[in-house]
Design a protein around this ligand. Structure first.
Ligand code: SF4
Ligand code: SF4
Length: 720
């Protein structure tokens, strides 16, 4: 049985241990890079976005009717000789299967891969009941021999090296296995497993689909083992969750088109098996196979009625959300999930395996949106992770001190800004040079030393605004600047560069003084009510009738205003139409320069610095802005030099980098290595949070690479 630490302290210890596993880091890093490429190739010529939308629509249409689809499946399947069971709990499912085994005089069982069976810990139960169970998927067999759970939903043994597998197989065969002879080790598995198929009295499988219209099960595999498991023994039991029900074959085929491409970057998996009814079987009772299908509820039918979380049931278990997750890539599935891993694991653990197992783990998310961008069924995974976090806080009734302080301070703009001004005065003992802390404040430990931290600005932007912002006569456009805390209180120079640029382009910039933090930190800490209150405050401060655009230099603020405000302020009367108006006007700097001002190369100097670019998560995935920043860099005369994994997170994630410094440091290290590989003199990005992380990391390396916000480098390149 697996156990996941319920408290943050032990969970962090587990993470530190995982970070020391060099093999894991190398393997997962290599896999993540290869996956991105092969996924892109596999989708070539296909409209992946449309396919995701179709799958999401189909799933959303089916989820409210799972009970009806089940009845339809049951009547068709039973008419074809199948016995259909319902298990309300994992224990019930395990007992149903054990009793089927007992009533058929089963002793030996072969099993093909099933995450649902992992969810119920079926093997443990059957073995305790005296049955001999053999996993037949190669990866599953390996982890069974080791007494472990899977570390990936599709590649369960990805965490193991050839050497470890060779040692394991040496133990099984009694003969020394050569770790470099992969074909030889596959032969070992084949020989052992073939014998198990022949001797088995019962086969247990999962299923990818249960087609209600025909009572058909669909299984997708690469090794062909599921075919042997479901055909050779006289008894076949399939166990699956209710969410695998689809109305018709067409819906299943749509998912089939997606699943292998999104899971492993294959255009099609090697085997697709369709089973309708208990077919002929020479060794079966009456010459037919005894076939049973066990549907597991374990909260699914309640989840299906949940207005927030029903979306999680769209999951088709492709594993892509783990493949692209920067945290999974560092620590692997045993440390980033309970039974289900990756982004969906952080959500399902709470529902299927309880609060204790989810409590610490659910905080371990950067909100980088990488999982959402590849999800086969368009689940808004980062949002659901935050919702689980919020639910846990609410259920437990006691809040961490930092949440209490955050709520108190963030809801009161004047208090918040007063405290920031005071903090700016108090920071001189830790100041080093002009802008960086000489040593970290006492509440940070050594793990936080992977980056330098900036000092708060001596005078925040809002206190300088009236002196620095010119009033233009008959400007061509009026733009409200949404500063965000970092631009206002740490990097006002970014806004000052914008002021200068816009004046030259005859754009009147204004800074509505009642604006405050966008509220994303509150949302990230599970404080939705605080997030809602600051959203309302900001909405009222940005008088939409006065502005043609709302521009933010912070990608996270922009994405939060655009994506989250409509949801946070849903049903707020007057606020709803105001939000709609606001969302249309929110823009980022690069898009504004390219699409609105339509700047041209003749407005910029030639021969700019060799420049690398870091694409902020909330710009490239949150706001879907990818082309404009790169176009702007080139157009402004800079020598743009692409770096590896440009759109992978820098590891900042707001409070994430404070809560999980060891992970933030590792993600940053890789990002900076890729930047240094380009030989660039400047690293440009469009988010002050990323500037903080990247500049702080490079400062610790004593690197000569300068980090600039896009607006600063563009202002420098402008011909005045
Ligand atoms: S948002 Fe990013 S860090 Fe969080 S689960 Fe998704 S991929 Fe992982
Ligand atoms: S949540 Fe999405 S990406 Fe993750 S396993 Fe499920 S379908 Fe695949």
């Amino acid at each position: 049985m697996i156990s996941t630490p319920p408290d943050l302290k032990s969970y962090k210890t587990q993470l530190r241990r995982a970070l020391q596993n060099e093999f894991l880091a190398t393997t997962l890093r290599t896999f993540a890079s290869a996956y991105r490429l092969s996924r892109a190739n596999a989708f070539e010529g296909l409209d992946a976005t449309h396919l995701v939308e179709e799958i999401a629509r189909g799933k959303d249409a089916a989820i409210p009717y799972l009970q009806e689809l089940f009845e339809q499946f049951r009547s068709r399947a039973e008419a074809a000789g199948v016995k259909v069971h319902v298990a309300r709990t994992p224990r019930e499912a395990n007992e149903i299967i054990a009793s089927i085994a007992r009533s058929n005089d089963v002793r030996k069982i072969v099993k093909s891969k099933s995450m649902t069976a992992e969810e119920t810990f079926l093997n443990d139960h059957l073995e305790k009941e005296g049955f001999q169970v053999t996993e037949t998927d190669l990866g599953e067999w390996i982890i069974q021999l080791r007494g472990e759970g899977p570390s990936h939903m599709v590649m369960p043994a990805i965490h193991l090296s050839r050497k470890e597998v060779a040692e394991l197989f040496t133990g099984v065969t009694g003969e020394v296995q050569d770790p470099d002879d992969i074909a030889g080790m596959v032969q070992v598995a084949r020989k052992e497993l073939r014998q198990a198929y022949v001797e088995a009295h019962m086969g247990i499988s999962g299923a990818n689909f249960a087609v209600a219209e025909t009572g058909t099960l669909g299984l997708i595999t690469n090794e062909g083992n599921a075919r042997l498991v479901t055909t050779l023994p006289p008894v076949h039991v399939a166990m699956l969750g209710f969410e695998k029900l689809v109305p018709d074959l067409r819906s299943a085929l749509r998912i089939l088109q997606m699943l292998p491409r999104n899971a492993t970057g294959q255009a099609i998996s090697t085997y697709v098996t369709w089973i309708t009814g208990a077919n002929q079987c020479a060794t079966g009772p009456d010459g037919r196979k005894a076939m049973h299908v066990v549907f597991l509820d374990n909260g699914r039918l309640t989840l299906a009625r949940d207005p927030v979380f029903a979306e999680a049931l769209r999951c088709i278990r492709c594993g892509a959300c783990a493949n692209v997750c920067p945290i999974y890539k560092l620590v692997g599935g045993h440390n980033y999930g309970h039974v289900y891993m990756g982004a969906i694991g952080l959500i399902l653990t709470y529902f299927y395996h309880g609060r204790e197992n989810a409590r610490a783990m659910v905080k371990n998310c950067l909100n980088c949106q990488a999982c959402k961008s590849v999800c086969a069924s368009g689940i808004d995974l980062p949002r659901l992770i935050r919702e689980v976090h919020r639910k846990i806080l609410k259920e437990e009734g006691t809040k961490p001190v930092k949440n209490v302080i955050l709520n108190l301070v963030l809801r009161n703009r004047r208090l918040f800004h007063f405290l920031l001004r005071r903090a700016s005065l108090a920071q001189s003992p830790v100041a080093s040079g002009e802008r960086v802390m000489r040593h970290l404040p006492f509440f940070f430990d050594r793990e936080h030393e992977f980056r330098s931290l900036p000092l708060l600005a001596g005078t925040p932007l809002r206190d300088r605004w009236n002196q620095v912002n010119p009033s233009l006569e008959n400007p061509r456009l009026r733009v409200a600047l949404f500063g965000g805390c970092l631009v206002d209180f740490v990097y006002p120079e970014q806004a000052l560069a914008l002021v200068k640029l816009f004046a030259a382009h005859d754009v009147q910039l204004e800074y509505p003084m009642e604006q405050t933090c966008c509220g994303l930190p509150a949302e990230m800490m599970g404080e939705k009510e605080t997030a809602r209150q600051v959203a309302l405050q900001n909405l009222h401060s940005l008088d939409m009738s006065r502005f043609d655009h709302i521009l933010t230099l912070c990608a996270s603020c922009g994405s939060h205003l655009k994506e989250s405000y409509p949801r946070l302020l849903e049903g707020e009367g007057d606020a709803e139409p105001m939000v709609r108006g606001m969302v249309e006007k929110v823009t980022d700097f690069s898009s504004f320069m390219i699409n609105v001002l339509q700047v041209s190369p003749r407005q910029f100097q030639e021969g700019g610095a060799k420049t690398a670019y870091h694409s902020p998560c909330h710009l490239c995935r949150g706001l879907n802005v990818t082309g404009e920043p790169r176009e702007l860099l080139t157009l402004a005369g800079l020598e743009y030099t692409p770096s590896r994994d440009e759109d992978v997170c820098c590891g900042f994630g707001g409070s994430f980098s404070v809560d999980f410094p060891m992970l933030s440091a590792e993600i940053l290290r890789e990002k900076l290595d890729h930047t240094e590989d380009t030989g660039a003199d400047v690293l440009v990005t469009d988010c002050p949070g990323c500037v903080l992380q990247l500049r702080g990391g490079l400062d610790k390396r004593n690197s000569s690479i300068r980090v600039k916000h896009m607006v600063e480098i563009i202002a420098e390149q402008k011909k005045w």
